[in-house]
Write a protein that binds this ligand. Structure first.
Ligand SMILES: Nc1ncnc2c1ncn2[C@@H]1O[C@H](COP(=O)(O)OP(=O)(O)O)[C@@H](O)[C@H]1O
Ligand SMILES: [Mg+2]
Length: 211
């Protein structure tokens, strides 16, 4: 039986997901909750191995192969990490989950959305996050952050995709943010302001779940 809370942060690379996940963790811990921060693809030994394959610029991966790799990583992550944490009453914060697959492999790669959604349901065994936050970042700010960060480390396989792919993904996120259980935050603002918004959204869910 699920007793904890499952929060997902979504959005393009460099939209600030990891930054916000860390701040959210600190706040929730100060309220006395036990927090698990995790990420997709990844989160378990096997899933992190799959992550390496997926992000390696040397990997040549067809769209459908890519979809299955993400979903394989997700099944393991959900079974081994997310469900046990929720059953133990913990709060789990995941940097990406199913919405990423819909945005990148569905809208980005152009795979049939029905196939993507079916595999998402299978891989999660129908587990739904209590809240998914989409970090929505204006294109201009996004390019600035991207230029800065690539000076430190080279782009991974997905980051090497052309701008048109990224634009499709970003547009998809705006659309997906209208789904039930999903909220959009303007991620083009100072870190503290974004965090305040996220905390307000999370507070609402905690009240509803009575945790
Ligand atoms: N609101 C913000 N304004 C300016 N820079 C930010 C903001 N949020 C994050 N950053 C910076 O942008 C980069 C990407 O942030 P990160 O949290 O790693 O994004 P993601 O996990 O979505 O890829 C980091 O260098 C981070 O310090
Ligand atoms: Mg990150």
């Amino acid at each position: 039986m699920k007793k904890g809370m499952f929060i997902v942060l979504e959005g393009p690379d460099r939209s600030g997901k990891s930054t916000q996940a860390g701040l959210l963790k600190t706040w929730l811990e100060s309220l006395g909750h036990e927090i698990v921060v995790t990420r997709e693809p990844g989160g378990t030994y096997l899933s992190e191995k799959i992550r390496k394959i997926l992000l390696d610029p040397k990997s040549r991966i067809e769209p459908m192969t890519e979809l299955f790799l993400y979903e394989t990583s997700r099944i393991k992550h959900t079974l081994e990490k997310i469900i046990p944490a929720l059953e133990a009453g913990k709060v789990i914060i995941s940097d990406r989950y199913t919405l990423s697959t819909t945005a990148y492999q569905g809208y980005g790669r152009g795979l049939p959305l029905k196939t993507v959604e079916t595999l998402n349901r299978i891989a999660t065994m129908d587990l739904k996050p209590d809240l998914t936050v989409v970090m929505d970042i204006p294109d201009k700010i996004f390019s600035q952050r991207e230029r800065l960060s690539h000076k430190v480390s080279g782009p991974d396989r997905i980051e090497r995709e052309p701008d048109i792919f990224r634009r499709r993904v970003n547009r998809a996120y705006k659309l997906l943010a209208r789904r039930p259980g999903v909220v959009r935050v303007n991620a083009g603002r100072p870190i503290g302001e974004i965090q305040e918004d996220i905390r307000a959204r999370v507070s609402k869910i905690m009240k509803r779940l009575k945790i």
